[in-house]
Write a protein that binds this ligand. Structure first.
Ligand SMILES: O=P(O)(O)OC[C@H]1O[C@](O)(CO)[C@@H](O)[C@@H]1O
Length: 242
């Protein structure tokens, strides 16, 4: 595991975008696993800048998003479809048929999860999986539980996750109760995982996740088993590592 701690957000964003850009430059057909939420926004901004400067092209890249809310229309501003379009896809040359996001509005969630798993199986491996971290240790929307599911599945969001994400909605009642998420098995199969964590409020959980006993009650602890885990922390999130 490689842990890097940055003194400011810009340095972290540039480092994160630099890792992704270098990969795509070396491997134009790279498969990227993408995350949403507040954490990767600055990194996506830097990726767009790199694209605009002609330093990288995404025309042969394939992407798979980690998750999507169940029941939010795709054009709802807080759907992860809308998020990806806004922060990245509309600003780069990635062909949309190469971008995959679970369909949270599919009439049959199980069939949709199966379809997503089949799409994932068509690519041999995700080359680089970007991950944020939930306050309760979730990765993707794999919430703490007695056991975890390997492939894409439907989950009920924990109250603390809905509370944390309520900041993006006008009230907590609008936060969906369920989501579709890639499973931990798929996440751990990625060749490299790039975990990004920011803020004092995540300092304890990221330290616990990366240094404490492995347990499904803190899904991110499973990342300790990954052979190529790169962790980017801001100084606030990294305070217990110093
Ligand atoms: O980056 P945030 O908004 O703190 O969210 C943490 C994680 O939880 C999620 O909202 C659930 O997947 C992710 O989008 C994010 O990586």
């Amino acid at each position: 595991m490689n842990i890097h701690i940055f003194q400011n957000q810009q340095e972290l964003n540039e480092a994160g975008a630099g890792i992704i850009t270098s990969l795509v430059q070396m491997q134009p057909k790279a498969v990227l696993g993408l995350a949403t939420g507040g954490t990767p926004v600055g990194i996506y901004e830097e990726l767009v800048k790199a694209y605009e400067k002609g330093r990288v092209s995404f025309k042969s890249v394939t992407t798979f998003n980690l998750d999507e809310y169940v029941g939010l229309p795709e054009d709802h501003p807080e759907s992860y479809h809308a998020y990806m379009k806004h922060h990245l896809f509309s600003q780069i040359d990635l062909p949309m048929e190469q971008a995959h996001i679970p369909n949270g509005n599919a009439p049959d969630s199980n069939a949709e999860c199966k379809r997503y798993n089949q799409e994932l199986e068509k690519v041999k491996q995700i080359d680089l999986q970007i991950l944020g971290l939930g306050h309760n240790g979730h990765i993707g929307f794999n919430e703490p539980d007695h056991s975890l599911i390997s492939g894409t599945h439907r989950v009920e969001l924990k109250p603390e996750t809905r509370e944390a994400n309520a900041r993006f909605f006008s009230s907590i009642d609008e936060v969906p109760t369920h989501a579709l998420t890639m499973g931990v098995g798929t996440i751990l199969k990625a060749k490299t995982i790039l975990l990004i964590v920011r803020g004092t409020d995540k300092a304890k959980i990221v330290h616990r996740a990366l240094t404490g006993p492995i347990t499904t009650e803190i899904p991110a602890t499973l990342l300790q088993t990954h052979p190529h885990l790169v962790v980017l922390l801001d100084a606030e999130a990294g305070r217990y590592f110093e």
